[in-house]
Design a protein around this ligand. Structure first.
Ligand code: OAD
Length: 245
């Protein structure tokens, strides 16, 4: 496929995964040498891990904050921001990534369905917090918490936790995401293995009339659901694909 033509009536929904940040030097989850190596998922990214050893969880996310601070947006992030400039409200970006590289490239119409690395919140706030829930909101935070003693506390007494959706927790903004998918005429999926749900279902929700394009160096697990697979690295393929769209 040479270039993606987007007519005046069309709407584009983009889903990105760890692969879109790979060329910025941030490791993906499941690739060789991936992020979970040396850290079993259940040791760092579940509510149970938090209950067991909050400092270990925070050391993991503190390191990810360090890595993300050093990273810069790449050509793929920039191409998506430029596409948004041209399409305005006919464009919507949903990322599974918790880094802020899309925003730093200029994207504005986006949601982070798995949370944000540079935000924190009270452990008793947010969806699924239960009946004794705290009403405080997530807040911007780039601090590093390496030991139990330095973990900040909310006014309600709860500890401050990463604003990240852990395994077993509900993804964020699902109603808005579903609305945007329902009216999309093109779904562009970039750099995700198609192994984590519900994001892996989005291509099915898009419906048979929508063009469904995947971009990445390997076929995703849900490859059969796409109308086109464009093999290659996001930073190399995307700029040419969306140029003049
Ligand atoms: P994965 O690590 O599962 O998949 C990364 C995908 O990116 C793979 O399919 C690679 O082929 C592809 N890839 C690698 N380099 C690329 C490049 N330069 N350009 C394009 N694609 C490239 O990561 P995700 O699918 O994003 O959830 O993982 C989904 C979720 O699982 C994450 O959001 C995270 C994790 O558990 C939470 O933290 C809740």
């Amino acid at each position: 496929m040479q270039r993606m033509r987007i007519g005046p009536e069309e709407r584009v929904f983009v889903l990105t995964g760890a692969g879109v940040s790979a060329e910025s030097g941030l490791r993906t989850f499941r690739d060789q040498g991936g992020l979970w190596e040396g850290h079993r998922v259940e040791e760092v990214a579940t509510p149970e891990a938090w209950t067991e050893d909050a400092a270990r969880v925070w050391r993991f996310y503190s390191q990810r904050r360090r890595d993300a601070r050093r990273a810069e947006p790449n050509a793929a992030h920039r191409a998506l921001a430029e596409l948004e400039q041209r399409l305005d409200d006919r464009f919507f970006l949903c990322t599974q990534n918790v880094d802020d590289l899309h925003e730093r490239a200029g994207s504005r119409r986006l949601v982070h369905m798995h949370g944000e690395l540079f935000a924190s919140r009270c452990e008793f706030s947010g969806p699924g917090a239960g009946t004794s829930a705290c009403a405080s909101a997530p807040f911007p935070d780039d601090a590093l918490y390496e030991t139990e003693e330095v973990i900040a506390h909310c006014t309600c007494g709860g500890r401050i936790r990463p604003h990240i959706v852990w395994f077993g927790e509900m993804p964020l903004e699902m109603e808005r995401i579903e609305r945007e998918i329902a009216r999309a005429t093109t779904m562009l999926v970039v750099g995700t293995s198609g192994a984590v749900y519900p994001a892996a279902s989005f291509v099915h929700w898009a419906g048979p009339r929508a063009r469904r394009i995947y971009i990445g160096p390997e076929e995703p697990a849900n490859a059969a659901a796409f109308t086109e697979i464009v093999p290659g690295r996001a930073g190399e393929v995307l700029p040419g694909l969306v140029e003049g769209a």
